[in-house]
Design a protein around this ligand. Sequence first.
Ligand code: CA
Ligand code: CA
Length: 352
Amino acid sequence: MIRLKAFVLFGLLGSALLVAEGGKFTVDIDRDGKEEKLLWSSIGSDQLGEYFAIDLFDDDGTLLWRGSRQKRITNPDLYSALHTGVSLPQLFFDIDSDGHYDLLAPEHQSDVSPTLFRRLSWIDFEFQKRPSRALMGSGSEGSRFSWTKPRNAFGTWVSGFGKVDGDLVEADVTSYEGEGSFSCGVALLRFDYKGADVVRWVKPLSSPAQNSEERSSRYQTKLNNSILLNLNLSIRYTRAALNKLKRSRERVKVWVVVDEYREQSVERENIASSETVVDPNKNVYIHYVPYTRNGFKPKDDRRYPVSIMITSARDNYRDNILDCSPVNPRERWDIDALKDSTLEYDCRLIGY
Ligand SMILES: [Ca+2]
Ligand SMILES: [Ca+2]
């Protein structure tokens, strides 16, 4: 019997201070009828966000695995809630029926490009890293998902995991066709060795734009938990930059961070952020920016400055090759000034 005991609750507070809670899975990983516990808990934060380590305990409380405590996001068994995205465990389940439990967590990335899941498999008393993959819709009827390396930003994919009930797993599904047209749903999945079949749609895919009366409550929640931006970015590249991006099959990441000025202070506090990954030469439409704090309500008398960063997507902390700047810098970079507008950017290779 596999049970998800607790869901993680998180909210990101401030540019340096994040508040997130750990969580727990209770799973009989050695199938002896007694449940082991996998816990994740905070090990502290830095300017990027908060970090979480995992510990796995045997049914008698013996520590079976102590996860890395080094705050480096390249550590395969370190988890985090960063301003650029949240990567916390979502599913501890044998997703390919090979007898080994798999721990899945999304990589840090936006929810409008296919979600890559980090995967650790519990084999021979240790967690072994497997390559990250997305669970992409592969049947035209929306009846099947397969583990794959996504080739572009479009398609239908599993964007998160929810409850486990016996051999069925609830999954959030997102579908994106570009130009800001996306839809969301919830499916009940049955995993096999290559992917998963949809057993039933708990909430069929629906586009929030089609019929405002029939918005799924999930999307409504999304709107309630987001700042509407409606911002178009028209990005131009130098020939050298475009060639280099294409040669190295690199994509481009657009980060939007919304801050709030604190009262009687010049300090800024992060309230919303998003990441969008696109192919080079594609324009970007940012429909909304999700709040980083649950239940946040913007106030009429506050200013909400917006920062936009465009980088190459491979490793934003180390290997960015792009130097991008707005063609016509604006005096005001806040939500009110940028909403429903178009910004042009020029991108060149760093150092050229
Ligand atoms: Ca056991
Ligand atoms: Ca497995």
